[in-house]
Design a protein around this ligand. Structure first.
Ligand SMILES: Nc1ncnc2c1ncn2[C@@H]1O[C@H](COP(=O)(O)OP(=O)(O)OP(=O)(O)O)[C@@H](O)[C@H]1O
Length: 381
């Protein structure tokens, strides 16, 4: 990339990965400035430049012409921009500026996210946190391609994702270690079950949803997963292809976007990741086969000796993942209803609710009977 230099280079990241005692950097610059997501791009650009100058003293005296801004992604949650700065010595430095989407606080705990980013980035995960401001954050720009759904089932990549996920799950984040799954699902349920839509057609469709039935499903699944004794880890909770980046040249895989990260059941993180094999068209027939899952589990459980993992451990993780995969459908179904009411983004979230909830109902019998027969078998053993 010519003279372009990333603020946090791959070498720095590698050094951090190798240094298990790496410390958390608490000296992140803060700015009270905010940049509205609804501003037009030409109006937004000078504000982004002013923000970067406010956050980073070394850029404060540069002329505005040294900054160039482009949109990276208008994701379904945030707006992500790339700012490239020509520094005094002629080097180009790129950073990303993430502007939080309006109303995302209903589904995302920003304090929890910032706390996690500090520790995850110290452990070598994701982009480095460089600055925090009124409605977003600045991070290092990752020079890599974003995966597409079909990449995730490539055996070599699946093994690498599994191996990295194990490492991710080992990061320790200070604070409560209580799994958040049911806390979050119940919080989403409270909000999702009391919505009012201005759009009459949306309201009519919304009224066909039985929240009594959904509540019963939550209670039943919560009870069953409680019997599985599933390990609790710091989970990513949203490991879809768009949150995985790969630098092919250096063979380096990045996990990004820790907005939904929390202490949670490891089976949820894995089951949720498998649900994402369905891709943009939500084709759940693409859910990984048992063989593909076992391949993933081997590299997750014992990355150094994947073929020495016992059949018993594989089966246990298979049952755990299949059960929590159901919870992932409930979680994102309820999330979608909240988004349908709160998000300004033009996306058919109500249909997404039905997609996820119907898939939950379709998979329920098989996954629950698998868990029940496993539990009765392990009681006898
Ligand atoms: N630090 C980064 N460097 C380079 N590209 C990035 C970086 N962070 C994110 N991206 C790119 O932007 C895309 C969207 O990022 P991200 O998932 O963080 O946004 P989001 O608004 O949370 O999206 P969604 O809600 O759809 O998950 C990613 O898929 C990736 O292609």
């Amino acid at each position: 990339m010519g003279a372009t230099k990333k603020i946090c280079t791959a070498m720095e990241i590698q050094a951090k990965q190798n240094n298990t005692n790496s410390t958390v950097d608490d000296s992140i610059p803060h700015s009270h400035l905010s940049v509205g997501t609804s501003l037009s791009f030409p109006v937004m650009v000078p504000r982004l430049i002013a923000l970067c100058k406010d956050l980073f003293g070394k850029w404060s005296k540069l002329d505005d012409s040294c900054f160039s801004v482009e949109t990276v992604s208008g994701g379904i949650t945030n707006l992500l921009l790339k700012v490239t700065v020509k520094e005094e010595n002629g080097d180009n430095v790129s950073v990303t500026v993430r502007l939080y989407g309006p109303n995302t606080e209903y589904v995302i705990n920003r304090e929890r996210e910032l706390q996690a980013i500090k520790y995850l980035s110290a452990a070598g995960f994701g982009a480095k946190l460089l600055g925090v401001f009124g409605n977003g954050m600045v991070q290092s720009f990752i020079d890599a391609r974003t995966l597409i759904p079909s990449d995730m089932r490539n055996p070599k990549l699946a093994a690498e994702i599994a191996k990295q996920l194990r490492r991710f799950h080992q990061v320790e984040i200070p604070g409560s270690k209580e799994p958040q799954l049911w806390v979050d699902i119940l919080k989403f349920f409270e909000k999702a079950s009391t919505l009012q839509f201005e759009d009459i057609d949306k309201q009519k469709i919304y009224e066909t949803i039985s929240f009594k039935e959904i509540h019963k499903e939550i209670t039943q699944l919560k009870e069953l997963t409680g019997l599985l004794n599933a390990p609790v880890v710091f989970a990513h909770n949203d490991l879809l292809s768009g949150n995985l980046m790969l630098n092919d040249e250096h063979d380096k895989l990045y996990f990004i976007d820790f907005e939904y990260g929390s202490y949670n059941y490891r089976g949820f993180d894995i089951g949720n990741h498998f649900n994402e094999y369905a891709g943009y068209d939500c084709d759940y027939s693409l859910y990984p086969s048992k063989d593909e899952q076992y391949h993933f589990f081997r590299h997750y459980l014992q990355p150094e000796k994947p073929y020495e993992v016992s059949e018993k451990d594989l089966e246990a993780l298979y049952v755990e993942t299949s059960t929590f995969m159901l919870a992932s459908h409930l979680y994102w179904a309820l999330w979608a209803l909240i988004q349908a009411r709160m998000s300004p983004i033009d996306f058919d979230y109500v249909s997404y609710f039905f997609l996820r909830y119907n898939e939950y109902k379709k998979q329920k019998e098989m996954s629950l009977s698998l868990a029940q027969s496993y539990l009765s078998g392990s009681k006898k053993a």
